[in-house]
Design a protein around this ligand. Structure first.
Ligand code: UD1
Ligand code: CA
Length: 455
């Protein structure tokens, strides 16, 4: 069954107390909205529509990077969840299939839950609502059931005391046959305590037409929506806790799990070893058997099996660490490939570079990649030996099996197998130091006599 995913993201998020639209606040290293998109992907949607309103421009520009194929629908005024979905009606005219509705501020809906809703749809329900048993039903919509049929959803504000006593609540997630739900949106009326067009009213309308409406339930934690910074902070903690547990279950060793931080797309292979206080930013893959040592920060990089990174390493976007390579303490690597078995063990910056296999980069080496306007590349050949404190002024190329003398400033290419020395030659003056000190002491004594100083 083809599916169109609609994500509601027009709300203001007033309680975030922020200039940033709510769905752009980061959770697990990516905007909240990216989590809803990830949940929605489980349904393999043929179309993805995102309803924007508050901060629409900022949200739209983020969508272009997150999901370039997504269609943006604008809701100029936030007149309710039903009104929000209705904004997608024009774009979806003639669409035959299922409509899956998610909220942009609800990040934890699992793929498996969406699959269960799709199964319930296939088993004959025209609409399926995701419900949960709330510990404190509070302001959630209540699900009014007759047997296994959902008769209607009543918002807490509009509910009678008996209805408010129902603990089965509406998560907001819904899947429905497009030809059933789309016409019902036109029939919604805002005669309720909020004066809004409630999406939830489509349930009673569908029942009135003799349609079948089912409920699938999930854990309350999955339905957690973000409305405040406190909730965002709590969601971050939950997200991290889950990712740590998943990593451990997948065979990753985390020495101190509570100190390791993940991003939504972090991928870590089995038998990788992650030491304490490691942060994974967006776009990191760590292969099976790699070792990331304490206090390292990684983003946009790939670490191959057998490689060791850290302690105190920083890998920035575009970094590719090949098998068995070593990146040591206080080493920063950006947009660079470090070849098989190559070593950059101490205090170095390697940016816009390619380091050949088994090359050895001495302590304090810097690729001087930036001339103030443009970035330039450094290429270092296989088995090259870069002496400590070499400045590689890019663009520059050091051949394979070549060497640079420590302290060199390398501005010209070094051919294969050559040694480049680019520093002033040392001069040694016998006895000079002792004579110099004697002269200085004599001068000082004369001065002290003149001023009477006893210091
Ligand atoms: C809604 C449900 C309620 C459910 C709860 C779960 C309705 C009428 N009520 O209530 O049954 O228990 O979610 O959290 O559907 N939005 C728009 N445009 C609008 C209005 C809302 O895009 O005009 C978006 C919001 O940005 C938000 C989502 O829809 O992401 C839900 O809206 P919100 O106002 O938070 O709904 P609730 O009152 O919480
Ligand atoms: Ca809400």
């Amino acid at each position: 069954m083809p599916t169109a995913l609609i994500i509601l993201a027009a709300g203001q998020g007033t309680r975030m107390n922020s200039d940033l639209p709510k769905v752009l606040h980061p959770l697990g290293g990516v905007p909240l909205l990216a989590h809803a998109l990830a949940s929605g992907r489980a349904a393999r949607p043929e179309r993805t529509l995102i309803v924007t309103g508050h901060g629409a421009e900022a949200v739209a520009s983020e969508i272009h990077t997150l999901e370039p194929g997504a269609e943006i629908v604008h809701q100029a005024q936030q007149l309710g969840t039903g009104h929000a979905v209705a904004q997608a009606a024009e774009a979806l005219a003639g669409f035959a299939g299922d409509i899956l509705i998610l909220y942009g501020d609800t990040p934890f809906i699992r793929a498996e839950t969406i699959a269960r809703m799709q199964n319930a749809r296939q088993s004959g329900h025209d609409m399926v609502v995701l419900g949960f048993n709330a510990r404190e039903p509070g302001r959630y919509g209540r699900l009014v059931m007759t047997g296994d049929q959902l008769e209607r959803i009543v918002e807490a504000k509009d509910a009678t005391p008996e209805e408010r006593a129902i603990s089965l609540c509406n998560s907001g997630v819904m899947i429905a046959d497009a030809k059933v739900i789309m016409p019902l949106l036109e029939r919604l009326e805002p005669y309720n305590s909020s004066g809004e067009y409630y999406l939830t009213d489509t349930v009673a309308l569908a029942r009135g037409e003799g349609r079948s409406v089912g409920v699938v339930t999930c854990d309350e934690a999955e339905t957690l929506g973000i409305n405040t910074r406190r909730e965002l902070a709590r969601a971050e903690a939950l997200f991290q806790e889950r990712r740590r547990r998943d990593a451990l279950d997948n065979g990753v060793t985390l020495t101190a799990p509570e100190t390791v931080f993940f991003t939504l797309d972090t991928m870590i292979g089995r038998d990788a070893l992650i030491e304490p206080h490691v942060v994974f930013g967006p776009g990191v893959t760590v292969e099976s058997g790699a070792h990331v040592r304490a206090f390292s920060h990684l983003e946009g990089c790939h670490v191959s099996r057998g490689a060791v990174v850290g302690p105190y390493a920083r890998l920035r976007p575009g970094t590719e660490i090949a098998e068995n390579a070593r990146i040591g303490n206080f080493v920063e690597v950006k947009n660079a490939g470090i070849g098989d078995g190559a070593k950059v063990n101490h205090l170095s910056y390697i940016g816009d570079a390619q380091v050949g296999e088994a090359a050895n980069i001495g302590a304090g080496t810097v690729t001087c990649n930036y001339d103030g306007v443009m970035k330039h590349r450094t290429v270092i050949g296989a088995r090259a030996f870069i002496g400590s404190d070499t400045m590689l002024v890019a663009p520059v190329r050091v051949g394979s099996e070549a060497m640079t003398a420590s302290g060199s400033v390398i501005t010209d290419d070094v051919p294969d197998g050559a040694l480049a020395i680019a520093r002033t030659r040392q001069q040694v003056k016998p006895g000079f130091a002792r004579r110099l000190m004697q002269k200085l002491r004599t001068a000082r004594a004369r001065l002290d006599r003149q001023t009477g100083s006893t210091e």
